[in-house]
Design a protein around this ligand. Sequence first.
Ligand code: FES
Length: 115
Amino acid sequence: MNKNGEFRLVERLDGAAVRPITVSIDGRPVPALAGESVLSVLLSQGEKGICKNSHGLVSGAYCGMGICFCCLVRVDGREKQRACMTAVADGMTVETRRSLSDLDACLVAEHEVAA
Ligand code: FES
């Protein structure tokens, strides 16, 4: 946790410098740090609604470790990428709240996005 109370990458375990980069989130340029996850960047922006399930309901990340598939986003045109398992890269484009088919629905059915 950094001094602002955020859970973001502040230093690397290998001692390498943390490099600031810019990614695009739903068309907006957003500052990020190379090596942090897409989910970390989304949460740093206050974005809790990550994807849309088969019933049209917006879901948020649930497990944060690649298990629930509740954080699926489109990354550089590739559909169904887990935001929690994808490291950001400079210039990356991320699209959230994309509609998923029944087979791609979040495994934690109908959980709500925390306010
Ligand atoms: S939050 Fe569960 S897979 Fe990403």
